[in-house]
Ligand binder design. Structure first.
Ligand SMILES: N[C@@H](CCC(=O)N[C@@H](CS)C(=O)NCC(=O)O)C(=O)O
Length: 221
């Protein structure tokens, strides 16, 4: 059975959403970010990204990691590409051409979009969004996002999804990266096709199941 190491409130959300989309059984090992604990190496600390038990799974000390039939992978977006390829169906590329497009969009998400969006979400997580430094950082990130979002807007003006006119793993991977910037509503108002696409992705029952996992996790904390 697929094992996902991580927590819903982390990049592991991408893998939980994917498992829900595929409808495959999975177990979750709740590994929390070490930075959230006062003393992650304390003997009674809950399992976290600095715990020896987790470092044995992912020596990088980052979540998520997945384990599937003895294979361990530890890059959230690549984990999803693997799961799509393994389980097939409409989420995966139907041919080599679509595989190429899915890979390109996924690497684009990681390299051209995530460096900005993750800084925005972390600024909010750290309650820095109203400080002068936080405001300046968000402003710089929004500026950096204009070009990629304009490119995405252009693509989505003529199609509802990124590849093959259907929801694929490329949409899931990019949507989870773009979600981190949702606080910047004016940015999305300037890119209505992107906003509508994100809405379509978020209307999926599997996304809602993942978000329910996040809510339960937050309540239990
Ligand atoms: N490129 C990696 C990045 C993983 C990453 O940075 N994970 C964060 C949580 S979202 C983490 O484990 N941080 C450790 C910590 O904050 O202590 C991926 O996409 O899987």
């Amino acid at each position: 059975m697929l094992t996902i190491y991580g927590v819903y409130c982390s990049r592991a959300s991408r893998n939980y959403w994917m498992a829900e989309e595929l409808g495959i059984p999975f177990q979750s090992v709740p590994v929390i970010q070490a930075r959230l604990l006062a003393d992650p190496l304390a003997p009674d600390a809950r399992i976290n990204t600095k715990s020896a038990a987790f470092l044995a799974v992912n020596p990088m000390g980052l979540i998520p990691a997945i384990e599937d039939d003895g294979l361990v992978l530890a890059e959230s977006l690549a984990n999803n590409l693997y799961l799509a390829r393994k389980h097939g169906g409409p989420l995966a590329g139907a041919n080599v051409r679509e595989e190429g497009e899915i890979t390109a969009w996924t690497l684009w998400a990681a390299t051209e979009v995530e460096p900005y969006t993750v800084k925005i979400v972390l600024t909010y997580d750290n309650a820095q969004e109203n400080t002068p430094d936080g405001k300046a950082l968000i402003e710089a990130c929004v500026k950096g996002l204009e070009r990629p979002l304009a490119r995405l807007e252009q693509h989505l003006q003529t199609q509802d999804y990124l590849v093959g006119n259907r929801f694929t793993v490329a949409d899931l991977n990019l949507a989870e990266v773009v979600r981190y910037a949702m606080s910047e509503t004016a940015l999305f108002d300037r890119h209505p096709a992107v906003k509508n696409w994100l809405g379509r992705c978020h209307a999926r029952p599997a996304f809602e199941a993942m978000m329910e996992g996040r809510r339960k996790e937050a309540q239990a904390a």
